[in-house]
Design a protein around this ligand. Structure first.
Ligand code: SAM
Length: 184
């Protein structure tokens, strides 16, 4: 009887491991497809220590509409919500799996962050006060044009890659890591 229970536990554990491996494989294949064929930024996350430093730059006496373009697991928004609970948050993520996993996470932590599964180049950013992004240089040209067309009184923070044709306000360096700040 005991051996039977033991075998059952091992079977359940093996199934769980297989499911997790399968999900990770799907994420890897989708990421590979997005990076190679769509020119998307890979799913690397911004370090929490850096996010904390960026949030220190924001005036805490106001409420904002804050967007994270290509939010992945929405780390920036989740940390920002803890600091500025009365602001409104929107994360835009094109890849379905990170989007779905983040949506579930946000439900579990009872967050008010809204997450949308779409290409951020199609998102209306007119009401954005603060925009955070960590992308790749290829998309910056198109993003630059969009920001200039839609945004005003907006603070834009880009990790690692500068945004062309927008006047740089300042940069912040953490070792080899650079954050570009713009005000449109
Ligand atoms: C380098 S990761 C950054 C993730 C997150 N912002 C962070 O800093 O931790 C870039 C993310 O942007 C997403 N992405 C890239 N281009 C996109 C687009 N045009 N529309 C929506 N999401 C996009 C990718 O799927 C990826 O999850």
């Amino acid at each position: 009887m005991r051996i039977c229970k033991y075998n059952f536990k091992i079977m359940i554990l093996s199934i769980l491991i297989l499911i997790i491996a399968f999900i990770l494989l799907i994420i890897a294949v989708i990421q590979f497809f997005n990076i190679i064929f769509r020119g998307y930024a890979p799913l690397f996350s911004t370090n929490k220590v850096f996010i904390k430093k960026i949030l220190e730059e924001i005036d805490k006496n106001q409420n904002y509409n804050i967007y994270e373009l290509g939010c992945g697991f929405a780390k920036f928004l989740i940390m920002a919500e803890k600091t500025l609970p009365n602001s409104k948050y929107v994360g835009i993520e094109y890849s379905f799996l990170p989007y779905m996993l983040t949506k579930i996470k946000l439900k579990l932590i009872k967050s008010k962050i809204k997450i949308v599964c779409e290409n951020f180049l199609k998102t209306n950013l007119q009401d954005a006060h603060i925009i955070y992004c960590y992308l790749i240089p290829d998309v910056m040209e198109k993003l630059s044009q969009k920001l200039k067309n839609e945004c005003s009184n907006t603070l834009i923070v880009s990790y690692r890659f500068s945004i062309p044709n927008i006047k740089l306000d300042k940069t912040i360096n953490f070792g080899n890591n650079k954050f570009y700040f713009y005000k449109i």
